[in-house]
Design a protein around this ligand. Sequence first.
Ligand SMILES: Cc1ncc(COP(=O)(O)O)c(C=O)c1O
Length: 449
Amino acid sequence: MQRRLIERYESRTPESKRLFDAARKVIPGGVEGSMKHYSPYPLTFSRASGALLQDADGHEYVDYLLSFGALMLGHGHPAVVEAARRVFADYGTSAFGLASPVEVQLAEVVHELYPSVEELRFTNSGLEATLLAVRLGIAASGRDVVAKFEGHYHGGHEQVLLSVSPDPRRAGPAARPSPVPASLGLPEYFAEHTVVLPFNDYDACEAILIAERDRVGVVVMEPMEAGYVPADPVFLRRLRDLTARLGMVLVFDEVKTGFRVRLGGAQEYYGVQADLTALGKILGGGLPIGAVGGRREILELASPLRTGGAVFHSGTFNGNPLSVCAGLATLKILRGPGVFDGVLQATERLRERIEELGQAAGFAVRTVGVGAVFDVLFTEGDVTDYRSRSAADKERRLTLDFLLMERGIFSKPLNRFSLSTVHTGEILARTEEAFAQSFTELREMEAAR
Ligand SMILES: Cc1ncc(COP(=O)(O)O)c(C=O)c1O
């Protein structure tokens, strides 16, 4: 990106830089996770309210990161604050360690919204949810190789930390991708026990899965790649049938798409049911949570009541009342008449405006997504999988993101845009104005080169 824009960023955000430098002394890279970094240093935020964020230097932003999509009611929604307060008022604690009366209620709500979820277990994160889903799938199928899709992210555990964002030149043929480790420190075992599939290419998936039918027990996927690239409905249905025929457990990782694409996730949108579903993010109403649910006979493998051994799963904070009650409060609001549809309509309208404004400034730009999430891609080609996604112009998008930040719009550079119930009226108008100005400046910068 242009040096001038970086300098403008640095001169606007000295306090974020100071806090980043201090953090780097005690925290690797100054961040609590690989995905929380961007160059030259990420903003530090000190306050948030509704749809707005404030950084450590006092600048205000409309938040489209929304804690990586977790905050469907925006920041500090009164119903969530009240739910958290009531947990202490009613129970006198944030955690019993064992059961509380409320986790069953949230399990029942999830079951109503996701009929494929006959039983479920809560975890503390999406990562833990997909980890348990894979373990259950291996136990249920009796086969220990996992098939995952190129470019799909399921949290940072070994079995799925392959081919998350590989360099396409190092990732083998498009129809037969090879597993590329996404981290140092991954034992060879995992590349040897992972098969990588190409999204939206049914014939290639069928050929790979039939060839590997004696080894692969679990197929895990984001039903919308990266949370926003739709599966072709026929592809998804045929994959569902194929995995059933081959005795493979199909896992939909709906940590991103759950309660965001539709209230009932991508599976509601497509009318296709997985054997197991991983959930997280919005389910906890802004507090840490995850869940794995699905077919009863698979979930029952984790029951300690089972004779002859069980799938191990436990966690100090699993089902803690703070996360569960924040989740219940959030879902109650989202299920209110017109509420979720309102977010869908706002997203639709914003996407149209962004495309109009970008095209008016002369860019081949498109928004891709379903429901209350989308990405902005500078590309002329169709976006259907990891490789077509990778062909979009990232440099231009990065520049746009820094121009938007200067005008008070934040999604984290190169990240998706998520909306919430509080992204309405003035917030959207402000966003459109910022996009209009940013596209214009982007055009001028490119013309001046
Ligand atoms: C599809 C998907 N699965 C799993 C995860 C991991 O969830 P968590 O960050 O809560 O561990 C994420 C996180 O972004 C995700 O997007």
